[in-house]
Design a binder for this molecule. Structure first.
Ligand code: KG4
Ligand code: ZN
Length: 342
């Protein structure tokens, strides 16, 4: 069985070929960061147009790398949502066209499910059940995961996502987009504790997050004036610490309240080294085991979509063979997703 996965929900065109028997056979990724950088964020119309340019050449290359032909593909998975409507439509149209031409089943994947399951692609994957922190540019959610499609929301952000806090603060500091890696690089030169930012909802006693106040605190500090490069680095360092402190505390609280011992971190912010180190330290103290996706699979990619498609097919989902039309779901809460096989 060979599944082609297509991801076009935002600013990365990702394609991959995954086989449950042979693993990840090939993948291709094109990041639009350089194109959007000068606008300080993603421009949806440009994103859609670029996906159109990239998706077929990337698919051709992936097939070549794997030594396969189009006819070898057994099923096609694509990101159906959530994401930018126009960008999603490109992936949906290409996936549906291929499914119609090849007469293969088509399966629409929830982008966050792709992220959530991506650590299962690693050499030593976690087994179910586990607690998952989905931490990306648009989401900060704690979930209980009992199986493919069996997700219970434990906590969510009341306003900005953690990645958004990184991105918006980076903009205020005059750093590039995406902000997470830029803040992390600047923070490496900062002095821990040299300035103070709040840890929103740290002691709220629940599993909710709130990050918009942090962005406002960064704005206030910038307006007051940052004396020199060292002061900017100190602020970046404190911002990263504040976000990491809150994420780690809430993850540990979720683990305690569920009684589970496995914790999975997924989504773009899971690439953050400071977060990885802090959770590594927390797990060294007790029974907790922490799992991250391979660094290359933290941000958006086609492999996680092909993989999620393969897992859903293996769990009994038939996909669809009705390729007379297609739809995308730019807003699609994860809890509306059906369990696999339904
Ligand atoms: O999962 P993703 O690629 O796209 C969404 O689904 O949103 O996540 C992108 C987010 C951005 O906010 C980006 O700043 C953040 O992940 N990010 C990081 C790092 N790498 C990416 N945040 C902190 N540290 C990083 N190293
Ligand atoms: Zn994502």
């Amino acid at each position: 069985m060979i599944v082609l996965g297509i991801e076009t929900s935002c600013d990365e065109t990702g394609v991959a070929l995954y086989s449950p028997e042979r693993g990840l056979l090939a993948q291709g990724l094109h990041s639009q960061v350089a194109m959007h950088e000068r606008f300080g964020g993603v421009v949806p119309e440009l994103a859609s147009r670029d996906h159109i340019r990239r998706v077929l050449p990337l698919t051709r290359h992936a097939l070549q790398d794997a030594g396969l032909a189009l006819a070898d593909i057994d099923a096609i998975a694509f990101t159906q949502g959530p994401g930018l409507a126009g960008a999603l439509l490109v992936g949906a149209a290409v996936a549906t066209g291929l499914a119609a031409a090849l007469q293969r089943p088509l399966i629409g994947i929830h982008h966050l499910e792709g992220h959530l399951l991506s650590p299962l692609l690693s050499a030593s994957p976690p087994s179910f059940p586990f607690v998952a922190l989905l931490v990306s540019g648009g989401h900060t959610q704690l979930m209980r995961v009992d199986g493919v499609g069996r997700y219970t929301l434990l906590g969510d952000t009341l306003d900005d996502a953690a990645g958004e806090a990184f991105d918006k603060s980076a903009k205020l500091l005059g750093l590039g987009y995406p902000g997470g890696p830029a803040i992390a690089a600047l923070a490496a030169r900062g002095r821990p504790g040299a300035c103070a930012l709040p840890r929103p909802l740290l002691h709220s006693g629940d599993l909710e997050f709130s990050f918009s106040g942090l962005k406002t605190a960064v704005l206030t500090a910038v307006r007051k004036g940052l004396a020199d490069e060292q002061a900017r680095a100190d602020l970046a360092c404190e911002l990263q610490s504040a976000i990491v402190d809150v994420l780690v505390a809430k993850c540990l609280a979720a683990v305690r309240s569920t009684g589970l011992t496995r914790l999975v971190i997924a989504g773009g912010v899971s690439a953050n080294q400071r977060l990885r180190d802090a959770l590594g330290q927390a797990s060294a103290k007790g029974r907790l085991q922490v799992y991250f996706p391979e660094p290359a699979l933290c941000t958006d990619n086609g492999a996680m979509i092909a993989f999620a498609g393969a897992l859903r097919l293996a769990a009994g989902s038939a996909g669809t063979t009705d390729v007379t039309g297609f739809s995308v779901r730019p807003r699609w809460p994860l809890h509306e997703l059906e369990a696999a096989g339904c």
